[in-house]
Structure formats: C-alpha cells, structure tokens
Design a protein around this ligand. Structure first.
Ligand code: CDP
Length: 221
C-alpha cells in the first residue's frame, strides 16, 4: 500500500491531476475538500451558526459522508453538485477552521488511507493527515491563473462571476486557510513544490509521475 499527498491552494489543479493519477495507478482518490464542503452544505441547509462550535459538533456527529466513484453522498443522499455552489464555496473555510470538524474529517481520511493505496488532495494532507506519506506534492500557481481556471469550471456549472471577483474569492479563502490555527494550508517540509502556472494538466501529471517509483518506496507504519 502506498500514499500520495497533494496539497495546495484553490485552483492549483490538485483534483484534476489527482483523479488522473489515481486512474493511472489504480489507487483510490479521496477529495478531502469535498468532505469539508459536505459539512458546510449541511450546516447551511440546517441554518446552523457556522461559528457555533457545539452546533457544528452535533452536526458532524450526525452525518455520514461517503463516496461512490466521483459522487459524494451525505447520509446516503447525493450532494455532489450541491457542495459546489458559490454559497458553499464562500463559507467552507469558516467551517474548515473548526477543530472538532477537522479532527473528525482527518480520522475518517486516515481510516480510508489505512485500507488501500490512496491519492488524497487537500490543504493539510502532507502535514497532518498523512505525515508519513512517501510522496508529497505541493501545487501552486499565480492567483490570477487559478482564478481563470476556476472561472471556467464555474461558468460550465452555470454560475456567473467576473475574473476580479474570482481572484478576490480565492485570495480570501487562501488567507483564511493559511492563517487558521489548526492544520493550516502549508507546504510540508518534505513535499515537492510544483508551480503549475505555465503547465497544462498533462505536464503536471508527467512531472509527478517522474517522481513516483513504485518499487522503491512503501508506507512506513
Ligand atoms: O476545490 P477547491 O480548491 O476550491 O477547494 P476544496 O479542495 O474543495 O476545499 C474547499 C475548502 O475546504 C478549502 O478552501 C479549505 O478551507 C477546506 N479544506 C481543508 O481545510 N482541508 C483539506 N484537507 C481540504 C479542504
């Protein structure tokens, strides 16, 4: 069994690259951002005060997040599209700050990683979730390029926003994610930094694959 951790800010290309790598390598792909989004979606649905620790605690204890291929289910109900709305995106970093929410999500992520070879993307995979992962990558790109990429996804989903608004949105989220107290967005000291500003998806996949030597490393337990 092995583990690949891919971290980085919004729009750095983590999830697209991770999905391709998972297919190539035959690993499970785990989108940890989808888990924080699922909690946020449910909190908004239930009108919970996102700053209220006890309300978030009760909510998290009450929901089961599962994956069926690329579909995300909460308590058995498909919420794949609902977790990508602008409202969830705007609020997710507040929910992801909560220590209990993080503790529960990380425990679930570590359980999955203990059962099969995984490629996981997020903000704290290399630093907190899988600190012993033999392969760690930290993807970055300029905020304008990341906003441009995000806008393409957004428009494809029928949402409208200007490029400037998108830059503002991702920079605000980067700031919240990087400055939070628990498991902030940060490059692990042993992660390989890849600037994707000038690279297309295939270029990033090739670069990562050039570091992966499946026979030489395995997860130390
Ligand atoms: O896809 P995008 O980059 O927009 O974000 P995401 O991966 O879906 O993650 C959404 C949010 O969840 C991030 O902005 C973080 O606030 C939070 N997150 C986190 O705190 N830790 C993770 N491992 C993954 C996501």
């Amino acid at each position: 069994m092995t583990q690949i951790a891919i971290d980085g800010p919004a729009g750095s290309g983590k999830s697209t690259v991770a999905k391709i790598l998972a297919r190539k390598l035959g690993y499970i792909y785990l989108d940890t951002g989808a888990m924080y989004r699922a909690v946020t979606y449910h909190a908004l649905l239930k009108n919970i005060d996102l700053a209220c620790e006890s309300a978030l605690r009760n909510l998290v204890d009450d929901i089961v997040i599962s994956f069926e291929g690329e579909r995300v289910l909460v308590n058995g109900l498909d919420c794949t599209d609902a977790i990508r709305t602008p409202e969830v995106t705007k609020n997710v970093s507040k929910v992801a700050m909560d220590a209990y929410v993080r503790q529960q999500m990380v425990a679930r992520q570590q359980t999955i990683a203990g059962e099969q070879s995984v490629i996981m993307d997020g903000r704290d995979i290399g630093t907190h979730v899988l600190p012993k992962a033999p392969y760690k990558f930290f993807l970055v790109a300029s905020s304008r390029e990341r906003a441009r990429r995000r806008l393409v996804d957004f428009n494809a989903n029928g949402y409208q926003m200007s490029l400037d608004e998108m830059v503002e949105d991702i920079e605000r989220r980067d700031k919240l994610d990087s400055e939070r107290e628990h498991a902030p967005l940060k490059q692990a000291h042993d992660a390989i930094l890849i600037d994707t500003t000038q690279l297309d998806i295939e270029g990033v996949v090739l670069k990562i694959m050039s570091y992966i030597h499946l026979d030489e490393k395995s997860v130390s337990s």
